[in-house]
Design a binder for this molecule. Structure first.
Ligand code: ADP
Ligand code: AMP
Length: 218
């Protein structure tokens, strides 16, 4: 049986940061819907063109486009032992689709760590976030600075500030999260899959708590 983990939580809480660490340590694939959309935008694909407007406004990309993109990704061979889903599902329709696409291959979502932090922390984190152009590695000017300003420690590529990390867009993204994604908290709690993880701690402390939660499950 493979392992499928959904990382749930508001924008900026640290899902991408933690997903990359846990994927490295566990050998699970890291599937970030946001990274996939940004890659499509960078490569000027049709999906990228359709998604870009929604992303720049801090709105969600329509469910059908998002679900098709993830379905294609999750059936690739590097997901054989399972995956950490980061940023997907983000609506109840997507959550139902995630279940169906995994059930079709004899799998299911095993556990949903829900990472939490107060809104003011989210804004502070997103406004200082720097992202690597090549592979989406994540830094922060104060909390996780790169060794050399503007350069990714891991692959040497340029770091940039995402357009949707502007304060006004961030505020909208938090509202969109509350309206459209937060119903998933009850959805997964009712299925007995939700485990809360305190996100308002240092990166290593969040990783420790997350690994504890995952170790208890397996
Ligand atoms: P998400 O994927 O949930 O949107 P990220 O992992 O991209 O969040 O983190 C948002 C920003 O906060 C990044 O700049 C990252 O370096 C920083 N960050 C992540 N986790 C922590 C933490 N525990 N403490 C301080 N800063 C953090
Ligand atoms: P993220 O990198 O997770 O912060 O996502 C960046 C943006 O991509 C979001 O604000 C949305 O516009 C879009 N996006 C990412 N994942 C999804 C999803 N599961 N459903 C709809 N839109 C998404």
């Amino acid at each position: 049986m493979a392992t499928y983990i959904v990382l749930l939580g508001p924008p900026g809480v640290g899902k991408g940061t933690q997903a990359k660490i846990v994927a490295n340590q566990s050998g699970l694939a890291h599937i970030s819907s946001g990274d996939l959309f940004r890659e499509n935008i960078k490569n000027h694909t049709e999906l990228g063109q359709l998604a870009e407007n929604f992303i720049n406004k801090g709105e969600l990309v329509p469910d059908d486009l998002t679900i098709a993109m993830i379905k294609d990704r999750i059936t690739r061979s590097d997901c054989e032992s399972g995956a950490i889903l980061d940023g997907f599902p983000r609506t109840p329709v997507q959550a139902d689709a995630a279940k169906i696409m995994l059930n079709e291959i004899g799998e299911d979502i095993d556990i949903v760590p829900f990472i939490t932090a107060p809104d003011e922390i989210l804004v502070e984190r997103l406004s200082g976030r720097w992202t690597c152009r090549k592979s989406g590695h994540i830094f922060h000017t104060v909390f996780n600075p790169p060794l050399k300003e503007g350069v990714c420690d891991i692959d040497g590529s340029e770091l940039y500030q995402r357009d949707d990390d502007k304060v006004e867009t961030v505020k909208n993204r938090i509202q969109v999260y509350l309206r459209r994604t937060s119903p998933l908290i009850a959805y997964y709690r009712e299925q007995g899959k939700l485990v809360e993880v305190q996100g308002n701690q240092a990166i290593e402390e969040v990783t420790r708590d997350l690994l504890d939660v995952l170790a208890k499950e397996y």
